[in-house]
Design a protein around this ligand. Structure first.
Ligand SMILES: [Cu+2]
Length: 406
């Protein structure tokens, strides 16, 4: 919606240059990050042989000859101007008839956003992360603990095109669907079915009500299109309001004469309107001051990552399998906290994933929602979120800078 033709063309260009080996992966990350693509998305895009082909043919929306209908639901959307990633389906509720098909349109703006369409039929959403177990044995990471991978049941397409209200039906994550046909699901049984995006299930939910075949329908496709656009526009406004509410941030003097500077890691709270920025983006502090980042987007993790001269680690390790599927391994280097609580400009310092609930993250040593770093040497220090930027220098994406004065 807000990605213009030029930007869409840029995505295609970058992918095509990457696929043909004319630019390396890091450079592709940087270029795609400028458009707000996640590192994971950018990483995997290049692995899909058909990634730079034209998007799969769009099904025709409307009534079919046999009396059933094809509907469209848009999956996610991003406002580039405010960096508001809207974690919702558009429209988020739809009423159809048994026999009807919904075309779930991924990447409506030309690029994937790490989303799925997942129906669980009332069961809990399976966990997104799980140990990588091969032949019954957990695979160790270079760091020691068993490797974590993204749950294959959620990231891989299951190939199903019908849903009868039972079991799990899952699209797989959009960036692994690049070589798949458009995602459509035909609803065969009346009922009310909730679904969610497996990556953003805290806020990204939708509902399909299926009536008896041939029943009269409350809305036509054009009405749902308008509803979806209205919902999207309202969320973008929420994003703007969340940014305005944070304003310039705040600074709190402490008893020892230093100051604590607060920065929001993301904004939007539990609204589907999630602002992927550090707010304020730049802060100037004195030697001895502490910066405190607090996650403001429950269910949507961020990191605060200073490279301090170290090489930039990959966040997601992409491992194509012999059977044609793909494993996505979570790198502990970005997942886990690293470095002392003070920073003199050298050495890798990482908050690890903020926003992982304590019942899951606590035993792994994750920090929860807050990361603090005390700056001990003058300088300008760029940092980034490994999930939502291509690197500390951007361009664009979730980056920030701390200037430390003597
Ligand atoms: Cu982030």
């Amino acid at each position: 919606m807000n990605l213009n033709e030029t930007q869409i063309q840029t995505v295609r260009d970058v992918l095509s240059r990457y696929m043909t080996g004319r630019i390396d992966r890091r450079r592709a990350f940087k270029l795609l990050g400028a458009l707000g693509l996640t590192t994971a998305a950018a990483a995997t895009l290049g692995k899909s042989a058909a990634a730079h082909q034209e998007a799969a043919a769009t099904p025709e929306i409307g009534p079919r000859a046999d009396g059933t209908n094809v509907w469209k639901v848009q999956v996610g959307g991003m406002d580039m101007e405010t960096a508001t990633d809207v974690h919702s389906f558009f429209p988020n509720e739809i009423t159809v008839n048994a026999g009807d098909t919904i075309f779930f349109q991924f990447a409506p703006m030309g690029m994937p956003g790490a989303h799925t369409v997942t129906f669980t039929s009332g069961a809990e959403m399976p966990p997104l992360f799980m140990p990588d177990i091969v032949d019954g044995t957990p695979v160790a990471s270079p760091e020691g603990p068993p490797r974590l991978m993204l749950n294959p049941a959620l990231i891989l397409p299951d190939g199903r095109t019908e849903y009868d209200g039972t079991g799990m039906v899952n699209s797989g994550v959009d960036f692994l669907r690049m070589d798949q046909p458009a995602y459509t699901l035909t609803f065969t049984a009346p009922g009310t079915y909730e679904y969610a995006c497996a990556f953003h299930s805290v806020v990204m939910k939708g509902k399909v009500t299926v009536q008896e075949a041939g029943a009269s329908l409350p809305n036509d496709a054009a009405a749902y299109e308008a509803m979806g656009q209205e919902q999207y526009a309202a969320f973008v406004e929420e994003g703007k309001a969340a940014i305005a509410a944070i304003g310039e941030g705040s600074a709190t003097p402490t008893a020892d004469g230093s100051t604590i500077h607060d920065i929001a890691a993301g904004a939007g709270g539990l609204s589907p309107a999630r602002v992927m920025s550090f707010l304020p983006q730049e802060v100037t502090v004195k030697v001895g001051d502490t910066v405190r980042w607090t996650l403001q987007t429950a269910g949507e993790p961020h990191t605060v990552t200073f490279l301090g001269g170290a090489d930039q680690p990959e966040d997601t390790l992409v491992e194509p399998q012999a059977d044609g599927t793909t494993k996505l391994i979570q790198n502990y280097q970005t997942f886990m906290p690293a470095g002392e609580q003070s920073f003199d400009g050298t050495g890798y310092h990482n908050s690890g994933f903020l926003g992982i609930p304590p019942e899951i993250g606590g035993q792994l040593g994750l920090l929860g929602d807050v990361y603090e770093l005390t700056f001990t040497a003058p300088g300008e220090y760029a940092y980034y979120c490994v999930l939502h930027a291509s690197g500390p220098e951007g361009p664009g994406g979730m980056i920030g800078k701390v200037t430390v004065e003597a």
